[in-house]
Design a binder for this molecule. Structure first.
Ligand SMILES: [Zn+2]
Length: 230
């Protein structure tokens, strides 16, 4: 049995139930979940693409030039270490410590802690240092997503995850980074859109994907091929 990560499940739910389904064909897509980390699921040629080691499509661990921050994976400079919720919270804390009289500094004094959402809310309220961190994070995410479209040729990137709720400024920065990175000749066609009901899609996707895997195994057994083989 294959235990899928949430992003693969959500990607598959989008493949099977999302608006792209109506366009028919194979409907390739990249699904990105922005939460404490940055997860992603890739559907290529009508299949969840896991690659040789099961780590395929993990855009959260793409290297971002100019960042040396330590990532949870052990590498430095990953996108997740720049723009994941955990990373934003730790940057907010560093900023608050460095400048206790700033808005984040005063917020930390009142609350005792800071979250990524605190930083995003302060950015939405116009706090310049928070805006700078948010925009840098959003542009980095958008840039990596645009590069992923160039590399893979997927026509659609779907964004989900708690970090995007009530953070239109972050979404704008992601869109800007995406537009700047996508090849000019496909810029008008490459889609970047919000997921709808992503939290349910994980569960629905898990079910649909389990069905798909079971079908693949039955087919593979019938043909003497390894289960789930491409
Ligand atoms: Zn990493």
């Amino acid at each position: 049995m294959v235990v899928e990560n949430d992003a693969n499940c959500a990607a598959w739910a989008e493949r099977m139930l999302g608006p792209g389904r109506a366009r028919g064909g194979e409907h390739d897509l990249l699904y990105v979940v922005m939460g404490t980390g940055i997860g992603s699921g890739l559907v290529l040629h009508g299949q969840v693409h896991r690659g040789a080691w099961g780590t395929g499509g993990e855009i959260g661990h793409t290297q971002v030039p100019g960042s040396g921050r330590l990532c949870g994976c052990g590498n430095r400079g990953c996108l997740e270490a720049v723009a994941g919720g955990r990373a934003l919270a730790s940057v907010a804390l560093e900023m608050a410590k460095a400048s206790p009289s700033s808005r984040l500094g005063r917020l930390r004094a009142r609350q005792g802690a800071l979250s990524a959402w605190d930083l995003l809310r302060e950015a939405e309220a116009g706090d310049a240092p928070s805006v700078e961190v948010r925009d840098r994070a959003g542009l980095a995410v958008g840039g990596v997503l645009g590069s992923a479209v160039n590399l893979l040729g997927v026509p659609e990137v779907v964004l989900g995850g708690r970090l995007l709720y009530r953070a239109p400024g972050l979404v704008s920065a992601i869109r800007k980074g995406f537009r700047e990175a996508v090849l000019p000749q496909v810029r008008s066609r490459a889609r970047l859109r919000h997921a709808r009901g992503w939290e349910h899609r994980n569960a629905v996707g898990a079910m649909l994907l389990a069905q798909q895997n079971a079908k693949g195994q039955a087919k593979g057994a019938g043909r003497g091929r390894p289960a789930g083989g491409f």
